[in-house]
Design a protein around this ligand. Structure first.
Ligand code: ACM
Ligand code: ZN
Length: 501
């Protein structure tokens, strides 16, 4: 049998083949040595039953079950695991549940590939500790069932951060006490129970949910419900489609600061993640320049321009989040030396000056526009480019340990159906997942593409929503044309909004 054809992401330290084989029967017995990981036993049984479609029987003790979970005493990396296939059965060991869960995905892929396994030893750990997918549910609402399916796919390919973009100009998707008009049934939103369910569903699958509320820009949905939070008082209409909009939160008003704090309170109460993302991209500052309240705040603080006022607001809100035990992530657009060094920046725009893309005193998450924006066409972001991206982030990480990792991004201004979202996500999600996990010396695009082409079923259980292999890597000329056109459009959008790149 050929393990090269079945494992994705490929194990970082490769696969050591050994003599002998192990044959699975129709029923799989599962054991936990010395009753380790007791709180996860039932979940694991149910999870394996669902994913493998086999009956799973929990066996007591360590009487050679088909799969024995063991806890390693020596400290391995957080998600590191060792999987051994022996003639008596398989053993999966790690120091932590995270490692057991990631190793379990490798086990599942082995079992799915063949019911007779050649004996082997796999030692595996991730190249990047932050391996994320950003999902924009503000522009197009993503129903709960679809969202859980995406989390399942992330888990299978060992992505570990769901960056959940839950508000923007075009929609606000979660309730905040005291601001009931932010959400409505007909526009679609997640209740507190929905959010708790998603967080716990993801957590069990080794996925941390990091919520994002983009502020002070990207706020029209909130301003349309509460115009008093703006500089002009409105009225506002929730836009559809792409754009950078002039109306933003008025940071000169006490009510607005109270609102921003209430939003942070809500995020802190709903999401256990130690990180929250507070946006901070694409902020036209023209309204602040003519707003008496903003100008008054500026004078009070002794600032000369609106950009300094923005720095103040960002630092204030990050300090508030820090008091509540959260680290703040901001898009890198405006972050400079005046920003609190504990703020993590997420770089995205290659058109921003180099100094804005990489900040030596801040930790960094990378999500480059032309490599990781999965809402773009395959001509702009071909499958091979996504695959190369992980490799380049791994190189950055070796040079600078402040690079935490990378994310794939799915914005949804134009992806308003499940079919469109899935055809943009798959198979590029797998290219990102493998290149973020597998150490670069073991990455091989040829091998990766061969797996996908042979086994498209791996990509999605609904083949209709996966684009055909012929469009995954368009001709170079097509790519260059698409990139030129897109750069022109981004520059024009920013110019129109009065934002200089
Ligand atoms: C972004 O694409 N505005 C982060
Ligand atoms: Zn104002």
């Amino acid at each position: 049998m050929n393990y090269q054809k079945s494992l994705l992401p490929y194990p970082s330290d490769g696969i050591m083949l050994l003599k002998g084989s192990f044959v699975f029967s129709k029923v799989l017995t599962l054991g936990f040595q010395d009753s380790c990981f007791p709180e996860h036993a039932q979940f694991l049984q149910e999870y394996l039953e669902t994913v493998l479609g086999m009956e799973i029987i929990l066996s007591a003790g360590s009487d050679n079950p088909d799969l024995l979970i063991t806890k390693r005493k020596e400290l391995l990396g957080e998600e590191e695991y060792v999987l051994q296939v022996e003639p008596q059965g398989c053993r999966l060991s790690s120091t932590s549940w995270k490692g057991i869960f990631t190793g379990l995905q490798t086990f599942i892929q082995l079992v799915n590939s063949n019911r007779t396994l050649q004996c082997c030893r796999i030692t595996d750990s991730p190249a990047l500790s932050w391996r994320g997918l950003m999902l924009d549910v503000a522009r197009s609402f993503c129903p709960l069932e679809e969202l859980l399916g995406i989390i399942d796919a992330m888990a299978l390919y060992k992505l570990n951060v769901l960056h959940w973009h839950i508000s923007d100009d075009q929609g606000w998707r979660f309730p905040v006490d005291g601001y009931p008009d932010l959400v409505s049934e007909d526009r679609g939103y997640y209740s507190r129970d929905d959010i708790n369910y998603v967080v716990s569903y993801a957590e069990k699958r080794n996925i941390m949910v990091v919520p994002e509320v983009d502020m002070p820009g990207h706020m029209i949905a909130a301003l349309s419900a509460y115009p008093k939070l703006s500089c002009t008082g409105g009225p506002f209409v929730i836009p559809t489609g792409e754009g950078i909009f002039q109306d933003i939160l008025c940071v000169g008003k006490a009510d607005t600061i109270a609102f921003a704090r209430k939003v942070v309170d809500t995020l802190c109460s709903l999401f256990p993640s130690p990180y929250i993302h507070l946006g901070g991209d694409e902020i036209p500052l023209d309204r602040w320049a003519t707003c008496p309240d903003c100008q008054h705040r500026m004078q009070e603080l002794g600032y000369k321009d609106e950009k300094a006022l923005l720095g103040w607001f960002s630092n204030e809100i990050a300090a508030y989040a820090r008091e509540k035990g959260k680290s703040t992530i901001l898009w890198s657009d405006y972050v400079d030396a005046s920003y609190d060094p504990s703020i993590i920046t997420q770089v995205w725009n290659p058109l921003l000056g180099k100094h804005k893309r990489f900040h030596s005193n801040h930790q960094v998450i990378k999500s480059d526009y032309f490599h990781s924006y999965l809402d773009m066409s395959y001509a702009l972001v071909p499958l091979s480019r996504v695959y190369r991206y992980g490799k380049s982030v791994q190189k950055d990480r070796k040079q600078n340990t402040k690079v935490l990792g990378a994310e794939l991004l799915l914005w949804t201004e134009y992806l308003n159906t499940r079919e469109k979202r899935e055809s943009h996500l798959y198979p590029r999600l797998l290219a990102g997942a493998e290149s973020f996990w597998t150490k670069d010396s073991k990455l091989s695009y040829t091998r990766f593409k061969r797996i996908l082409t042979h086994d498209i079923q791996l990509v999605s259980d609904n083949q209709n929503n996966v684009n055909k292999p012929s469009i995954w890597d368009p001709l170079l000329l097509e790519q260059i044309k698409a990139r030129r056109a897109r750069k022109k459009r981004v520059t024009a959008n920013s110019k129109e909004a009065g934002i200089s790149l």
